[in-house]
Design a protein around this ligand. Sequence first.
Ligand SMILES: Cc1cc2nc3c(=O)[nH]c(=O)nc-3n(C[C@H](O)[C@H](O)[C@H](O)COP(=O)(O)O)c2cc1C
Length: 130
Amino acid sequence: MKLYEIIYVSTMAPATPVTAVPVILSRARQFNQANNITGMLVFDGLRFAELLEGPPDAVLELTERIREDSRHTNMEVVHHASVAERRFTRFSMGYVPIEEDDALAQLEQCEGPAAMQRFLDLIPVLDLGY
Ligand SMILES: Cc1cc2nc3c(=O)[nH]c(=O)nc-3n(C[C@H](O)[C@H](O)[C@H](O)COP(=O)(O)O)c2cc1C
């Protein structure tokens, strides 16, 4: 099966309460599972970074829908590529809250494979059950 992956970084909108995050996650898990999309959402209290992977059309359509979501702004895709296999087979949408203030700001400055590496560096490998 053809697969596509993207990573974007965005900033939570000022009017969005932090309590929106579990609401977003529960909607994401439901939709993504139904549409064969997997991935990981990282949140630092201000910025989001999300990796989405799955069938190309589904990933691109979802990316554009997320872009329209007024709960965040400044969405920037930092990596997109066709891939042979998924990275996160166990998650319709995993979630990693992080404490570092500037890790996602730095990720936003990266592109392509460097952005992917930086994103993966944020994920605590032990929690993934490998
Ligand atoms: C940071 C962020 C990440 C999101 N990730 C997903 C996701 O992975 N899957 C999903 O279905 N919706 C996700 N959403 C929610 C979508 O933007 C949208 O609200 C949802 O798909 C429902 O769309 P609808 O209102 O057109 O039904 C995300 C929203 C935000 C702000």
